[in-house]
Write a protein that binds this ligand. Structure first.
Ligand SMILES: [Zn+2]
Length: 511
């Protein structure tokens, strides 16, 4: 198990005062007296590869969910290939439906199958239809069964104890970071704000709007803390890189350059902080955190401050190093070790900030173990393997790695760059194999606001039209298909399908 240790470039690594994570670092407690029972327990933990602070039960549950969901999407192509081979058989429709039911769990639209008698079966349409159908089932499943629900109130209390009333995270829109909240950081997705952008280059105006809304709510309603409490808004950026193929599988928006990705994230964070400080008086400010993610194995690094208290691009704590250094320890000892490392590296950082960082690093231990246990320490799909593009506002249900490429937007123009990156990724993934790009246009709305649903529907239709216009070549060749959905996020219910390019009557057929 341990042979799968990360082999990453250490060129910009900052080594903390203790020799964390270097070869032999697991011997840090070797000279400490241990009872025989403890030694045996520690040995067992090393042999099974289980870290005392990792959550094995949760890992089993998360893996089951990930497998099940991805298997549903991945069954589509093989099933359609089989169906395609049957199209000249006498009882084609019956056999095709039986196969679809058995392998995909739903029936195919009779109108598309019926075409097989007249012309060739339209596999592009059928493929898009199946992806959208699977997406709908995945959403219904998520909002009905809430597999990923964690203790939100408990986390909110912890966050406030650390001195923060909001945790706002902007990861890159890359699908390899789509699971960053629920898996990589093991946070309750409902208690964290996630907004993804290509290259994690978040929109400053949008963040200011959220900040203002948050502060107003504290002032008006005392939620989540009253305005007189000295808690702060925490803005976090998650950039990414690939340790095994740094030149190609890093962040596309930053030319696969980890240094540039980190730098870009930091600049955006500082700009947001300055914007808040300059726009609002009375010492208004926010706290910042910069996290790097190795998308090959989900290990995080948290950047530490320099002598002046500014985030330092060259100094960080690597959760993988800490994991290895504490693997043979007992839980309390391992916890203390992590806290001590953060304390030593943290300088003048507040205790709350140190606690939150220690918490995130330890949470990441479970994910490091997850990848080691189920993927041999490194994902097989270190590159892109998203199943669809998600454009608009919402997608709370997407908490799985490499499932969705995000393009958050109100209008196509403002997100054109993000969308183009997504279309480029899918041109390789799908179009080059003759498969269309499935794109879900989604707008969530607050149902208690009069007219909100109608506006969300309007947004959907406008964005859908603009997409078909921008990528007219793809669309006219059946290589871009869209599904339009809205959702009342206030009611917390299911998604509602408004329309699709695949066929008009998809809503009726689907349910
Ligand atoms: Zn990226």
């Amino acid at each position: 198990m341990m042979s799968s240790r990360r082999k990453q470039s250490r060129s910009i690594a900052w080594v903390p005062t203790a020799p964390v994570g270097r070869p032999g670092a697991r011997g840090v407690d070797a000279d400490k007296p241990a009872t025989q029972g403890t030694a045996r327990a520690n040995l067992a933990s090393v042999q099974s590869g289980r870290h005392p602070l990792s959550n094995a039960t949760e890992n089993t549950r998360l893996f089951d969910y990930e497998q099940r969901t991805k298997a549903a999407f991945d069954a589509i192509v093989p099933t359609l290939k089989q169906i395609s081979g049957l199209q000249h058989e006498a009882d084609f429709e019956r056999r095709a439906q039986a196969l679809a039911q058995e392998q995909l769990g739903f029936a195919l639209p009779a109108t598309i199958l019926a075409d097989a008698w007249v012309t060739q079966l339209d596999m592009r349409r059928l493929f898009a239809w199946c992806v959208f159908q699977t997406y709908q089932r995945f959403c219904d499943d998520f909002f009905t069964n809430s597999f990923l629900s964690r203790l939100e109130t408990e986390f909110q209390t912890f966050l406030i104890e650390c001195g923060f009333h909001t945790l706002d995270i902007s990861p890159c829109a890359d699908g390899r970071l789509a699971h960053v909240i629920s898996y990589v950081l093991r946070l309750p997705h409902k208690a964290v704000r996630r907004k993804s952008y290509a290259g994690a280059m978040f929109d400053i105006e949008d963040s200011i709007e959220k900040w203002t809304e948050t502060e107003l709510q504290r002032f008006r309603e005392g939620i989540p803390t009253t305005a007189d409490m000295p808690t702060r808004y925490m803005k976090t950026v998650v950039y990414h890189f690939s340790s095994s193929d740094p030149e190609h599988e890093g962040c596309a928006a930053h030319g696969s350059d980890a240094g540039r990705a980190a730098q870009g994230g930091l600049e955006r964070l500082k700009a947001f902080q300055t914007a808040v400080e300059n726009s609002f008086c009375c010492g208004a400010s926010i706290d910042l955190m910069l996290i790097g993610l190795d998308t090959d194995n989900d290990t995080i690094r948290i950047h530490m401050p320099d002598r002046h208290g500014e985030i330092d691009l060259k100094r960080y704590l690597d959760a993988g190093d800490l994991y290895d250094a504490t693997l043979s320890m007992q839980a309390a000892q391992a916890q203390e070790y992590v806290s001590e490392q953060v304390r030593q590296a943290g300088g003048e950082m507040s205790n709350g900030m140190q606690r939150l960082m220690g918490y995130l690093l330890v949470n990441n231990f479970s994910q490091i173990e997850y990848v080691r246990q189920y993927y041999d320490g490194r994902y097989r799909d270190i590159g892109h393997a998203e199943r669809f593009i998600g454009a608009g506002i919402g997608f709370e249900e997407v908490q799985l790695r490499n499932l969705t490429y995000f393009a958050y937007m109100q209008t196509v123009e403002e997100a054109a760059a993000d969308l183009d990156v997504g279309i480029k990724i899918f041109s390789k993934l799908n179009v080059s194999h003759g498969l269309p790009i499935p794109l879900v246009v989604r707008f969530d709305y607050h149902g208690q606001v009069p007219g909100a649903r109608e506006r969300a529907v309007g947004h959907c239709q406008r964005v859908d039209a603009a997409l078909n216009d921008r990528y007219a070549d793809l669309a006219s060749n059946g290589l871009l298909h869209t599904l339009q959905v809205v959702r009342d996020c206030h009611a917390g219910g299911r998604i509602e399908v408004i329309g699709t390019s695949v066929m008009d009557e998809v809503t009726e057929e689907a349910h």
